[in-house]
Design a protein around this ligand. Structure first.
Ligand code: UT7
Length: 345
């Protein structure tokens, strides 16, 4: 089961060159809550240690939202910075998309809460559920809507409060995840730069590798559901690891081939920040030197849909890419889902 957006597979959008319009990312923003959960803190909560976590994952700290914080609060902070960076007033926005697996509520969409909080009065808003691939999927949808003339300015956010669905008695998962938000502003631009192509895939047969069983229609909230710990993330880490490597390499190559470029043309490679070992293997298989692979997971852990936009905003702040550079982002997560996007900044 696979699909592509603006790619070569069936159902693909227009090829580069078919239309005079593209979406260009004109602003980036990131926000993480101030509270930090260290490996030393986790040592007091579960049977683990800093050495194991560092060696197996590369993670040192993660940020955790305050009790009572809503996902849209995190979105708001990141979005304000991105809009400021882009010089776009919220009232100019046509589209608001939030990629998340931890929305404020089942409905309305977190994007609608964000729209109200930020004053994007004329925009339409929706959430997109693609787990850790949520931001790249959302970027692709916003890009396609702009190309199709359904809006000129979009706010795309990846945001999570994963601490709300993490089982802090399960050492195999609780060491991994953190909270945060990253945002991008997409603006209609002439052909030639911006989002060059996006490539989206999923395989629902592998849903059991990483999922959260409770809180939906299958296991609605109930005392039994809570007692059986169904409201927490479950993951077959080892198996997920193998698929992550395979698919991230594959979908990265898909983006390169589609655009007639090689990995040597890519200034910065930004992979989903799930595990340093995954990132290193993927980088090696693609043949890209370490200095052109962006890593910030030691500070934030795996923030799911927020991981790539936080990394992009951080990379921009560090001057890791400049106008005209090619940046390749690649995501992988529950679903399973995986996706890439190649952008000329
Ligand atoms: O974002 C969505 C995509 N997610 C991913 O891509 C995550 C992919 N998976 C991973 O990152 C890694 O599989 C993990 C970090 C989750 C686990 O690392 P691993 O090297 O695959 O370890 P493992 O699950 O094979 O476990 C090895 C050992 C086991 O002990 P035994 O059976 O060998 O005695 C685990 O019980 O490590 C043990 N273990 C731990 N030990 C100390 C598992 N978690 C911990 C822990 N501290 N936190």
């Amino acid at each position: 089961m696979s699909n592509a957006a603006n790619g070569t597979a069936p159902g693909a959008g227009p090829s580069p060159g078919d239309r005079p319009i593209r979406a260009h990312v004109t602003g980036w923003g990131r926000y993480v809550p101030s509270q930090v959960l260290t490996n030393a803190d986790l040592e007091k909560m579960v049977d683990t240690n800093d050495e194991w976590i560092t060696e197996r994952t590369g993670i040192k700290t993660r940020h955790i939202a305050e009790p009572g914080a809503a996902n849209s609060d995190l979105c708001l902070e990141a979005a304000r910075i991105a809009l400021d960076d882009a010089g776009v007033d919220p009232a100019e926005l046509d589209i608001v998309i939030v990629g998340t697996l931890t929305p404020d509520m089942p409905f309305p969409a977190t994007a609608c809460f964000l729209q109200a909080k930020i004053g994007a009065t004329r925009a339409y808003g929706m959430d997109l559920s693609a787990a850790c691939s949520g931001f790249v999927y959302s970027l692709s949808v916003a890009d396609a809507l702009i190309r199709a003339g359904r809006g000129k300015k979009a706010l795309v956010v990846g945001a999570e409060i994963l601490s709300s669905v993490v089982d802090y008695t399960d050492r195999s998962t609780c060491i991994l995840f953190g909270d945060g938000a990253g945002a991008a502003v997409l603006t209609e631009c002439p052909e030639g730069d911006g989002v060059l192509s996006c490539h989206l895939h999923s395989d629902g047969n592998l849903w059991k590798l990483i999922y959260c069983p409770g809180g939906g229609t299958l296991h609605p909230y109930s005392p039994e559901m809570v007692e059986q710990r169904l409201r927490f993330i479950r993951m077959a880490g080892n198996e997920t690891f193998k698929h992550a490597v395979l698919r991230m390499v594959e979908v990265s190559n898909e983006a390169l081939t589609r655009n007639g470029v090689t990995i040597d043309d890519v200034k910065l490679f930004i992979p989903h920040q799930a595990n340093l070992r995954i990132i290193q293997v993927v980088g090696k298989r693609l043949g890209i030197p370490e200095e052109r692979v962006f890593v910030d997971l030691e500070k934030y852990g795996n923030t799911s849909a927020a991981s790539i936009p936080i990394a992009l905003a951080e990379a921009k702040a560090q001057g890791r890419f400049a106008a005209g550079d090619l940046v390749l982002v690649v995501a992988f997560g529950g679903g399973l889902t995986w996706a890439s996007a190649l952008m000329r900044m």
